[in-house]
Design a protein around this ligand. Structure first.
Ligand code: ZN
Ligand code: ZN
Length: 593
């Protein structure tokens, strides 16, 4: 079941935001609902002990749940019981916070039910079976003394053979792509048993006999995982010879997944049509900008007959303005105060100066996928810092560093900082935290979060950040085009059988991407479904809603107030925020979902 969550954290590695307390409510229905929520989550962790560890809830750190049919039936019963308990509450009688928590829980239960009964990733996603992440977290997170964590690990290891045996029973119809990923990721996790755990055992003060016991279990575990990898390799060659289930989800499942995961006012088809239209608008804008600045950069050449070829030349040209590789981390650090100043002096939204963002070099054990990411504390650890992790470029060859620095050139860095930090993800999370809700911070809506990141970029540029410089706008459009193209790719790959060569062509020629970026994106699109559509969906909804409210309020519209109020509802689907905010602003007589 862990595969459901595998790709929620891919792009922006966005861990859980802190908040442990529930708001106190006076109504008796609210008191009962608060109890219900709290007990539901406590029980939830029993079914998902691995997710609990990832969320910073360590009560079940010694439990590895075996993904077999018995446990799926238990989950089935839990879901039935939970939705019955939920339906005993009348949503309308609850406080605003609880009304939205109710909706979020209702949708989450529905999504789990759909995964269990309909999508059944446990049958076809081999990458859903990998024990590395939680063992790694337990060994590397200092939530209790090392000796105690090692004892938890020791108990937790006992189920590993059963865990992988159940995986092999479940995987009746694996795709080739997820099988390859599973091989790669399980191999990547072997170091835990060969290096990390033995090192930690040696550092500990456990009695010698206990040390020996854990070391022995560790080497047996390595063998268990190696033999699972062998099974996967064997499976892979059979799949290659005889054919496999397609990674393409198909129309029905894709649309259902979109509805449950994104929870939008729009259908997946409508968002796809909007993406197609937006791509044309962006191309027109980019062409206009490129033509206007062309003579400055290429005084002796006329603009190419193919407009998009001209755009590509301009992007390549201005991408050469970048910082030196040694200055990469420092340049990001020095940019944050500038963004804050701009927001304050233009009165765009409220910033909280009491809990500043800490820019740091990404800790080595977290390095890997992305160059920059926001890392906020878990819901059970409210006081910890929010970090902006930036990975220094010292692992790159000179050529790789140059290519990376062109991608994240001086202007693109500013857009990235807006998106990740201020007023993007970091600011949004801080606002969400003002009305703390464990439900909302655990079951966050990715489309709202990523949509806000994209909205923040657009809003800052519209308000004059960067003095309306055409070069900055050109690169902004390239960035937006990436989300738009992701949406188009996601649907065309999963529903229209888009071929790899056509997808590559689209990314390189219509979205101005480099070949390596496009190759990685193709891979990601074959391994995930719907997630790539979430960014543009959230953006479209937030931007459209702002324009709607601007029009409805006329002269009374204040951008700052809109932002503060919008963010106050937390990381819930934009569809819910719109319904509640229209009601709160007196624009509708009831909350219409
Ligand atoms: Zn250069
Ligand atoms: Zn993001």
């Amino acid at each position: 079941m862990q595969s459901i969550y595998q790709f929620l954290l891919v792009m922006c590695v966005f861990l859980f935001q802190g908040c442990a307390t529930q708001p106190i409510s006076s109504g008796s229905a609210d008191l009962r609902f608060n109890d219900f929520k709290a007990s539901l989550i406590v029980e939830y962790w029993e079914y998902f002990p691995g997710l609990a560890v990832a969320a910073g809830y360590y009560k079940h750190d010694d439990v590895l749940s075996v993904p077999n049919e018995i446990n799926r039936r238990k989950l089935d019963k839990f879901l039935t019981r939970s939705s019955r308990r939920l339906s005993e509450f009348s949503n309308r009688s609850l406080s605003a916070t609880n009304q939205t928590d109710y909706l979020v829980l209702q949708n989450h239960i529905k999504k789990l039910r759909w995964n269990l009964d309909t999508l059944k990733p446990f049958q076809w996603r081999a990458d859903g079976y990998n024990v590395a992440r939680e063992f790694n977290l337990i060994l590397n997170t200092d939530y209790k003394p090392l000796n105690d964590r090692l004892r938890a690990v020791s108990t937790r290891m006992k189920n590993i053979a059963d865990y992988y045996a159940a995986a092999r029973v479940n995987l009746t119809d694996p795709t080739l792509e997820h099988t390859l990923l599973a091989i790669e990721q399980n191999k990547g996790g072997l170091g835990i048993w060969t290096n990390l755990l033995p090192d930690k055992v040696r550092q500990s003060t456990l009695p010698e006999s206990e040390k020996q016991q854990i070391l022995q279990a560790s080497s047996i575990t390595a063998e268990v995982i190696e033999s699972h990898i062998n099974w996967l390799e064997h499976r892979r060659s059979t799949l290659e010879r005889k054919g496999a289930r397609s990674f393409r989800l198909g129309k029905e499942l894709f649309n259902q997944k979109f509805n449950l995961e994104i929870v939008s006012q729009f259908t997946a088809e409508e968002i796809y049509q909007k993406a197609l239209a937006t791509r044309e608008e962006i191309h027109d804008q980019m062409t206009m900008i490129s033509k206007s600045i062309w003579p400055h950069y290429f005084p002796n050449e006329i603009y190419p007959a193919d407009h998009l070829v001209g755009v590509k030349r301009m992007i390549t040209e201005i991408s050469q303005e970048h910082v030196d590789r040694e200055q990469f981390v420092e340049s990001i650090r020095s940019q944050i105060p500038e963004l804050e100043r701009f927001i304050v002096s233009n009165d765009l939204l409220e910033l909280d100066q009491t809990r500043p963002l800490v820019v740091r070099e990404t800790p080595t054990f977290q390095r890997g996928v992305s160059g920059a990411s926001v890392n906020s504390p878990g819901p059970y650890d409210a006081t910890a810092n929010t970090y902006y992790n930036v990975t220094p470029l010292d692992h790159f060859s000179p050529e790789q560093a140059e290519s990376y620095l062109r991608e994240y050139n001086s202007r693109m860095m500013q857009i990235l900082n807006i998106h990740e930090a201020i007023p993007g993800h970091y600011t949004q999370l801080m606002h969400a935290n003002k009305s703390p809700s464990l439900v909302k911070s655990l079951f966050r809506n990715g489309a709202m979060i990523e949509g806000w990141g994209l909205y923040a970029e657009r809003m800052m540029l519209e308000e004059g950040y960067g003095d309306h410089e055409p070069e900055l706008w050109l690169l902004y459009y390239k960035w937006l085009l990436r989300s738009v193209t992701n949406t188009i790719l996601d649907r065309e790959i999963h529903i229209h059988n888009l071929a790899r060569s056509d997808a590559m062509n689209m990314m390189i020629n219509q979205a101005f991407q480099e070949t390596t970026e496009a190759e990685e994106k193709w891979r990601r699109a074959t391994l995930s479904q719907v997630q790539l559509t979430s960014y543009f969906t959230g953006f479209t909804e937030i931007y459209g809603f702002r324009e709607e409210i601007r029009e409805a309020l006329g002269d009374d519209f204040v951008l700052r107030d809109f932002h503060n109020q919008f963010l106050s509802y937390g990381s819930i689907p934009v569809k819910y925020i719109k319904a509640i905010m229209r009601y709160d602003l007196g624009l509708s007589k009831s909350i219409e979902l």
